[in-house]
Write a protein that binds this ligand. Structure first.
Ligand code: BG6
Length: 510
């Protein structure tokens, strides 16, 4: 096990939802698994006026997000965890002089022996990233002379290529790229990391992982929820920025990348950047028109309950043209993937919550069995990211009896069968990695920019292009009616169910 050095975690935006919902539960899991270093404290910093005690109450002692986790812990254990938390009020503005913060950090560091190592976690709107980095630098809180300093930032990493670049340049004025950790919680998912292992620790898949054997690749990311309470944010973002530019292109990069030389962070990240740079950027209106579909969910009834349409959600413009469904077809211009189409879609208010990758293999070159519709039974590798995590291989078997009738059979692996293993939650894993200085699962500046390069023309076309349509779909169905048109000549999307082995078309909407 790698060693985690003594350190302090300073969370900006600590009174916000993410801290209580994700960060503190992740820290609690690390605490319960004895993964926190001997000397470790958390300093919450934000604009609310709170004492240490009030902060502990809010994020630990009375937090709904921790209730289930602490239920079987003793009072002494809960107190030990809660006592690691401190709070500093930054006043009205994050863009202020941080000398008081610095004094607090120094005092805590001296008292709790955190070795001068500090991880800053920016859980604030991105517009504050650069001002916070600047103020930290001006207060001398970025210097590594007396312990390392790292900066974790949350998505969105920009709003476009231009703003993404500006954000990177802004942060790099005060922190070196090696100190910056851009969190993409999909990379913290075991199943996403397992894409690397599936490909590079097995000799049965990699020889087939190319244009000679793969017909097309399909990725579905569906959520059954709508925009919930985040209408204000989402309406300025949309599915492409919210999910595709980051989480889904990260998955794409892991599928597309070449084998890295080794498992060191830079080796893996270099290959991922190369993969992202090889995505064919769509530039002209016709290509963009033919290869992208956007949609918005409309009011409907699910389980007998009326659900709002997107434009009726709180914080959403009544005439909004923000997409809640995005489906993109694209190609990868390199030796391995030439002419293999990739189909990727993401949406809110679909029949179920699921993320899966399907590798569709080609029909055997020479068909011996002449049964019609045999290509429906071609080999597929279904890699289920969530839920019911696992891998499913579909292959043809002979139906017992005369002649050669082929049926499709499943060979499956479920993560849940690894009962002994504690599967870390995404934030738990990512926080621990950053605490140990391992950036493998964090996005590097050039990765983020390469992803924006690909996404920018689509966003621009959707905003200003000719013949751009916004298709409606009833909340609770698999997207707009014409969603399958994108897969023209191939068929239709595999609409996964809530279980790995459910067959296409499965859905529960009432
Ligand atoms: C977030 C998006 O990054 O990912 C949300 O902002 C989305 O809109 C969420 O709901 C999905 O994450 P997960 O882990 O539930 O698939």
């Amino acid at each position: 096990m790698k060693k985690t050095e003594n350190q302090m975690l300073v969370i900006f935006g600590a009174s916000g939802d993410l801290t209580a919902r994700k960060l503190v539960p992740a820290l609690f899991n690390l605490f319960a698994a004895s993964q926190l270093p001997k000397n470790f404290i958390v300093l919450g910093a934000s604009r609310s006026d709170m004492t240490d005690a009030a902060f502990r109450k809010k994020v630990v002692l009375e937090s709904n997000y921790l209730k289930e986790k602490i239920v079987d812990k003793t009072d002494a254990e809960i107190e030990e965890f809660a006592n690691k938390f401190f709070y500093e009020d930054l006043g009205n503005n994050y863009d202020t002089d941080y000398s008081r913060l610095r004094k607090r950090v120094e005092d805590l560091n001296n008292k709790y022996h955190t070795s001068g190592n500090i991880m800053y976690y920016l859980s604030t709107p991105p517009t504050l990233y650069e001002p916070i980095a600047k103020n930290l630098a001006e207060a001398g809180l970025n210097t590594q002379k007396n312990g390392w300093k790292r900066l974790i930032v949350e998505k969105p990493f920009g709003y476009s290529l231009e703003t993404g670049k500006a954000l990177n340049a802004g942060l790099q004025k005060y922190f070196s790229e090696k100190q910056i950790y851009r969190i993409d919680h999909y990379l913290g998912k075991e199943t996403v990391q397992n894409l690397l292992v599936t490909r590079f620790a097995n000799s049965i898949f990699e020889p087939l992982w190319n244009r000679n054997y793969i017909h097309h690749v399909e990725i579905t990311n569906a959520e059954s929820v709508g925009v919930e309470k985040r209408g204000g944010y989402y309406d300025k973002s949309g599915a492409l920025r919210d999910m595709f530019q980051n989480h889904l292109l990260q998955i794409v990069s892991l599928i597309v990348m070449e084998p890295p030389i080794g498992d060191q962070p830079e080796e893996i990240r270099n290959e991922k950047v190369k993969a992202l740079k090889s995505l064919r950027i769509m530039r002209d209106d016709k290509t963009l028109h033919d290869n992208t579909i956007r949609g918005q969910y409309m009011a409907s009834k699910i389980n007998g309950k009326k659900v709002k349409g997107y434009r009726e959600e709180d914080g959403v413009d009544k005439d909004s043209t923000t997409e809640t469904y995005a489906a993109i077809k694209f190609f990868v211009d390199n030796w391995r993937w030439k002419d293999v189409p990739f189909y990727v879609r993401t949406a809110k208010r679909m029949p179920t919550k699921v993320t899966e990758v399907v590798i569709h293999f080609k029909t055997p070159h020479h068909q011996i069995f002449k049964e019609s519709g045999l290509n429906e039974k071609d080999n597929k590798l279904v890699i289920r990211i969530q839920p019911d995590e696992g891998i499913l291989m579909k292959f043809g078997v002979k139906v017992p009896g005369q002649g050669f009738k082929v049926e499709r059979a499943n060979l499956d692996f479920y993560y849940s069968s690894l009962a002994e293993t504690h599967v870390m939650e995404a934030y738990e894993r990512l926080l621990l990695d950053a605490m140990q200085g391992d950036a493998t699962l964090y996005a590097r500046a050039d990765e983020v920019e390469a992803a924006w390069e690909f996404v920018d023309p689509i966003l621009e076309y959707w905003k200003n292009g000719k013949d751009v349509r916004m298709y409606g779909y009833a909340a609770g169905v698999w997207g707009p009616e014409n969603g399958d048109e994108l897969i023209e000549g191939i068929g239709y999307w595999r609409n996964p169910g809530s279980n790995l082995a459910d067959d296409p078309g499965y859905c529960v909407i009432c």
